[in-house]
Every structure is written in structure tokens, then in C-alpha cells.
Ligand binder design. Structure first.
Ligand code: Z5A
Length: 220
């Protein structure tokens, strides 16, 4: 099918939320729907999405060097991965009129490193602004879920794949509670951009809400 070329800048949608809230699952479903409508869609994930970003992801998640990453270095590595993604993937796509669907973006740093680790939230927002410039999502879908529920889902997946929790997943429950509440605060700070969805329901019901949001906001 010929891809529709949109006049001007494309649309940018980010998915945010705690572990196991269904970001990847729902992002993929949305992409399928957008592509069925003839749109060119670029899917990216964070950290990662470029060769440099994927190398940073490996350092951040598995820290095989034994050189424990300092909390400040962690913030800046996420920001570095994001700056690369914006300049090499997101902006070029938006400028040619494609849609971008990003599985986590700048709000993850504010939620995890700000609310979770305890860095000043305004400082995280300033670092994000430096990294992303004007590449701000048009809509951010926040899949809200109790971390206990999210971990149950992730545990099932880990069992199936004989995998283990990564560095950040292994943080205490209280950390993940702060992250969840932090996301809700961010949604209150930017009500125009954020849409909160109850992600504890089944996949189809959650996707119905996402479809409705995209239809209401963008007419697709
Ligand atoms: N991080 C950070 O600290 N700072 C930053 O700036 C950034 C990230 C960008 C990235 O890990 C880690 O980095 C993350 C935050 C931190 N760490 N933690 N903790 P990741 O990318 O590997 O992990 P994730 O982003 O949290 O993704 P995830 O665990 O894969 O969750 P998800 O994408 O939200 O969910 P999913 O993969 O779609 O679904 C998870 C499972 O649940 C799967 O088996 C599904 O089939 C199932 N599922 C999905 N939806 C449902 C519903 N509705 N009901 C039941 N089961 C479902």
C-alpha cells in the first residue's frame, strides 16, 4: 500500500508506564492500526533505537563491566541515548511526515531518575529539554498499573524465556511505587499532552481506549 505523505510534520506518540503495563504490546497494536490507514510509522524504543543507543542500553541494563554506574551517570546515559535517537531517527521521520511511536521517552527519566531515584524533578526536565529540543510528543499514553500487577506479568514472561530481572527492574517495590505516582504527577502537570489509561484491564479493552484517543485527537 502506498504510504500517505502528511503535509508538514508527522505525529509523535510516546508510551509510558511501569514495567509490564503493556507499552510494547499496545504500541505494536497502534502501529498496525496506523499502517492499515496507509501511514508511514517509525517505531523506536528507549533506551536504544540507534546503534549508539543500543550500546548504551546494554551498559544500563546489564552493567557487565562491574563498574557500578553512578546515579548521575545513569541520568546522562539515558539522555545521551535519547539525544542520538532524536537527531538520527525521530526528527528526520517527523520532518518527512511520518508518525513516530516511541516505547518510553523523556518522561521515563523524570519518573525513574527523578521520582524514583530522588533527583530534583525540575533538573530532570531541564536535562530532557537539552536532549530533545522541540521533539516533544504530541500525545503521551500513560499505561497506569500497580507495580505488583506489572511484576506478575513480567515474572511470567521471564519464566517463559528463562530470563532474569535487569538492574532497574530489581529495585525495591517502594522505588516502583514512587515511579508510578510520579507518572501521575507528570500527567497532572501536562494534561494536554498526557492521557492516562487503566492498564489493569485486558489487552483489547486497553487498546479500545487508545484507538479512541487517537481518533479523537488526530481523526485516524
Ligand atoms: N528507564 C529509566 O530508568 N529511565 C529512562 O529514561 C528510560 C528507561 C528510558 C527499560 O526496560 C528500563 O529502563 C525500565 C525503565 C528504565 N526499567 N525498569 N524497571 P525495558 O525496555 O526492558 O522494560 P519496560 O520498558 O519496562 O518494558 P516491559 O517490562 O517489557 O513492559 P511493557 O512494554 O510495558 O509490557 P509488554 O512487554 O507489552 O507486556 C509485558 C507482559 O505482560 C507480556 O507478557 C504481555 O503479554 C503481558 N501483557 C500485556 N498487556 C497485558 C494485559 N492488558 N493484561 C495481561 N497481560 C498483559
Amino acid at each position: 500500500m502506498n504510504k500517505k505523505i502528511i503535509e508538514g510534520r508527522g505525529k509523535f506518540i510516546s508510551f509510558e508506564g511501569p514495567e509490564g503495563s503493556g507499552k510494547t504490546t499496545q504500541a505494536r497494536r497502534l502501529i498496525t492500526r496506523l499502517e492499515e490507514n496507509g501511514l508511514e510509522v517509525v517505531y523506536t524504543r528507549e533506551p536504544g533505537g540507534t546503534p549508539t543507543g543500543e550500546a548504551i542500553r546494554e551498559i544500563l541494563q546489564h552493567d557487565k563491566t562491574g563498574d557500578e554506574i553512578s546515579p548521575k551517570a545513569e541520568v546522562l546515559l539515558f539522555a545521551a541515548s535519547r539525544a542520538q535517537l532524536v537527531s538520527h531517527v525521530i526528527l528526520p521521520a517527523l520532518e518527512r511526515g511520518a508518525w513516530v511511536v516511541c516505547d518510553r521517552f523523556a518522561d521515563s527519566t523524570t519518573a525513574y531518575q527523578g521520582y524514583g531515584r530522588g533527583f530534583e524533578v525540575e533538573q530532570m526536565i531541564a536535562i530532557n529539554q537539552f536532549a530533545i529540543g522541540n521533539a516533544v510528543p504530541d500525545k503521551t499514553i500513560l499505561l497506569d498499573l500497580d507495580p505488583n500487577n506489572g511484576f506478575k506479568r513480567v515474572a511470567q514472561r521471564l519464566l517463559k524465556n528463562s530470563d532474569t530481572l535487569d538492574r532497574i527492574e530489581s529495585e525495591a517495590r517502594s522505588f516502583h511505587e514512587r515511579v508510578r505516582n510520579g507518572y501521575i504527577e507528570l500527567a497532572g502537570k501536562w494534561p494536554e499532552r498526557f492521557r492516562i489509561i487503566d492498564a489493569s484491564r485486558d489487552e483489547d479493552t486497553v487498546f479500545e481506549d487508545i484507538r479512541r484517543i487517537v481518533r479523537d485527537e488526530f481523526g485516524i
